[in-house]
Design a protein. Structure first.
Length: 373
């Protein structure tokens, strides 16, 4: 089998790269197609501010002129500056179940990254730690929730067959209302509120610019010491915030700021699992998505807890229990009784302990891989 790897060139070719994803999931009932317009926006090197400090090269694998795989190679200069390493990344990986094809794709990415001075390849990151990351290695029997990845069972075998080793696992926890809101949680969160003068306030969408500044500061300070963390620039955060406003819709109360003595110390960002709607939009078009949003949004039964962060100096006081309690009750007001807390680093002991105290089930695992190049 003759395999060729070619570099993506031009707008039309990039569109082919994006649409190639559909080839691999056409008959997979658990795949929730992304919106084509969102993928184009994400990979727009002129409009996505991530690419002001990052470089990307896209590759397509072909056999006899037919596409059989794709990959992106990414250099995030801010990551290298912050972590003092020479790690390059791969992302947007799709491939037929054929090791030689996968090897050719990884070789192309590795060669490009070496040319940029990198000595390690890590992934998948699509395209950064602040986007969709990780390869699913456990929990293939259900669709992914919003902004989480999904892939066939054989992908980890292809990655490991090339020589990648596990760098870090990421956990997803399933929370059920009836198991989470226990009498112990009721009492505990009440005591924490009283002891530390904790209050919760909604995001002020009428003064969103002001609150975005608050969220940006809380986000970057809360995660700056985490493995792989790269603080967002002002432009990146604003870019993300504009999208989130559109997604949140009537679920605005699922984004809130936690204050102690009137000062912001943390926040929660939860989104309705729109993948339960988009899974029906097989073509990834905007009109189809709009139709399904109008007819199926009321059937959403899960929210994803994307961010639940507390500033380091206010941790280990039980404030996260107040936030979990608030999320569960606010979701219930929308008739939603399930939640996914994701993703959580395998060695983030406080968050893993907190999830288990909420009687959450660790039901999916995603993996980040490394290999020397």
């Amino acid at each position: 089998m003759s395999i060729t790897i070619r570099t993506v060139s031009g707008k039309a070719d990039k569109n082919r790269f994006i649409k190639l994803q559909w080839k691999f999931y056409r008959n997979d009932r658990n795949w929730a197609p992304p919106l084509l317009m969102d993928r184009r926006k994400l990979l727009n090197t002129e409009k996505n501010p991530f690419f002001k400090h990052a470089d990307v090269e896209l590759f397509i694998a072909e056999r006899d002129g037919e596409p059989v795989g794709r990959i992106a190679a990414i250099v995030n200069r801010r990551h290298n500056e912050i972590h003092h390493d020479k790690v390059g990344f791969f992302g947007f990986f799709e491939c037929i179940d054929h090791q030689e094809t996968a090897n050719a794709l990884f070789d192309a990415a590795a060669q490009w990254l070496r040319g940029k001075g990198m000595d390690t390849m890590r992934g998948p990151l699509n395209p950064s730690i602040n986007d969709e990351i990780g390869m699913l290695v456990h929990g293939f029997d259900m669709p992914p929730v919003i902004l989480m990845t999904y892939n066939p069972r054989y992908y980890p075998l292809l990655v490991e067959g090339y020589g990648f080793k596990k760098e870090k696992d990421l956990f997803a926890y399933l929370l059920r209302n009836e198991l989470t809101v226990t009498p112990k949680l009721e009492r505990g969160q009440k005591l924490v509120r009283e002891r530390y003068n904790i209050t919760i306030r909604d995001l002020d969408f009428k003064n969103l610019e002001r609150d975005v500044v608050v969220l940006k500061d809380l986000y970057n300070r809360s995660w700056e010491k985490n493995w792989g963390a790269v603080a967002m620039t002002d432009e990146e955060f604003d870019f993300l915030a504009k999208d989130l406003v559109q997604v949140v819709g009537k679920f605005k109360d699922l984004v809130f700021i936690t204050e102690r003595d009137g000062e912001p110390i943390g926040f929660a960002l939860c989104l309705p699992d729109l993948n339960q709607v988009l899974i029906h939009n097989k073509g990834g078009g905007l009109l189809g998505a709009a139709f399904h949003m109008m007819t199926k949004t009321k059937k959403i039964d899960l929210v994803r807890i994307i961010v639940l962060g507390v500033l380091p100096e206010h941790r280990n006081k039980g404030i996260d229990s107040v936030m979990y309690y608030e999320i569960v009750n606010r979701a219930a007001d929308h008739g939603i009784y399930l939640g996914e807390a994701s993703w959580v680093l395998e060695d983030n002991a406080p968050m893993n302990k907190g999830a288990k105290l909420m009687n959450a089930e660790q039901y999916k695992t995603y993996r980040i891989y490394d290999t020397a190049i």
